[in-house]
Design a protein around this ligand. Structure first.
Ligand code: PEP
Length: 248
C-alpha cells in the first residue's frame, strides 16, 4: 500500500532564525501516520538536520548534480546530501527545467545519482498553460515520464513522482481535484504500458496546495500526497495540509 507523503519545497526562502521557528513548530506538532519531509536550501541542511534529529520529519534537498563528484563548480552531489541526513531530493522541478535549461535526460541522470546515493528522488513533471490549452498535456508528461521509466522499472517504490502543472505553481490557481486525478491516472496507465509496477509508485500533486484544497486533492485515488511550495513556509498551513493527508 502506498503511504501519503507531504513534502515541503522551501525554494530559496529561509534564514537561520526563520528556519529555527518553523522547524521547531513542525517538530512540536509531531506529525505521524503520513510521511512528511522538508526540502531546504543547501546551506541550511546542517541546521535542519540538527533540528529534525529524533523527529519523524525527513530532510530533503531541492536538486543534486548528475555527476558523482569532480570539477563541477557550484554543484552539490547526491552523496553529499546523504551525508547531511537527506532522505529525499527534488529533481526536475519546473523552475530548474525552465530557468536552468534542464531537460529530461538531465533529470533522469540526477534521479539515477540520487538512487545510487540512497536517496529517494522526487521527480517533477508537468505541462505549461500553453501546452494544456493546446491539449498537449498527456504528450508532454508522457515524454517526461518515459525518460525515467527505466529507473521506475527497477525501483517503482523508491521514486516519488510529482505532477506539478506549471500554471498552478505559485499562482494561487490549483488544478481542480478532477484535473489532477485525470493526469495522475494517465501517469499510472502510461507507466503500466512501459512495464512499470505503476500501482507501487507514489505520486504527489503540487501547485498551490493549501489547507483548504488539500483534502479534496488527497482524496483522489491516484494522488498520494503533495509537494508544497509557498504553504510549506508557514507552520500552520503546512501542518493543515499534513492533517489533510493524514485522514486518507
Ligand atoms: C512548488 O514549487 O513545488 C510548488 C508546488 O509551489 P506552490 O505550492 O507555491 O504552488
Amino acid at each position: 500500500m502506498r503511504r501519503q507523503l507531504v513534502a515541503g519545497n522551501w525554494k530559496m526562502h529561509g534564514s537561520l532564525e526563520a528556519n529555527s521557528s518553523l522547524l521547531q513548530a513542525l517538530v512540536a506538532a509531531a506529525p505521524a501516520a503520513c510521511d512528511v519531509a522538508v526540502c531546504v536550501p543547501f546551506p541550511y541542511l546542517a541546521q535542519a538536520q540538527q533540528l529534525l534529529a529524533g523527529s519523524s520529519i525527513a530532510l530533503g534537498a531541492q536538486d543534486c548534480s548528475m555527476h558523482e563528484q569532480g570539477a563541477f563548480t557550484g554543484e552539490v552531489s547526491a552523496g553529499m546530501l546523504r551525508e547531511f541526513g537527506c532522505g529525499y531530493v527534488i529533481v526536475g522541478h519546473s523552475e530548474r527545467r525552465s530557468l536552468h535549461g534542464e531537460g529530461d535526460a538531465a533529470v533522469a541522470a540526477k534521479a539515477e545519482r540520487a538512487l545510487a546515493a540512497g536517496l529517494i528522488p522526487i521527480v517533477c513533471v508537468g505541462e505549461t498553460l500553453q501546452q494544456r490549452e493546446q491539449e498537449q498535456t498527456e504528450a508532454v508528461i508522457g515524454l517526461q515520464l518515459d525518460a525515467v521509466a527505466h529507473l521506475l522499472g527497477r525501483h517503482a517504490a523508491r521514486i516519488v513522482l510529482a505532477y506539478e502543472p506549471v500554471w498552478a505553481i505559485g499562482t494561487g490557481r490549483s488544478a481542480s481535484a478532477a484535473q489532477a486525478q485525470q493526469v495522475h491516472a494517465f501517469m499510472r496507465a502510461r507507466l503500466g504500458h512501459r512495464g512499470v509496477d505503476a500501482g507501487s509508485v507514489p505520486m504527489l500533486y503540487g501547485g498551490s496546495v493549501k489547507p483548504d484544497n488539500a483534502r479534496e486533492l488527497f482524496a483522489q485515488p491516484d494522488i498520494d500526497g503533495g509537494l508544497i511550495g509557498g504553504a510549506s513556509l508557514k507552520a500552520a498551513d503546512f501542518l493543515g495540509i499534513v492533517d489533510a493527508a493524514r485522514s486518507h
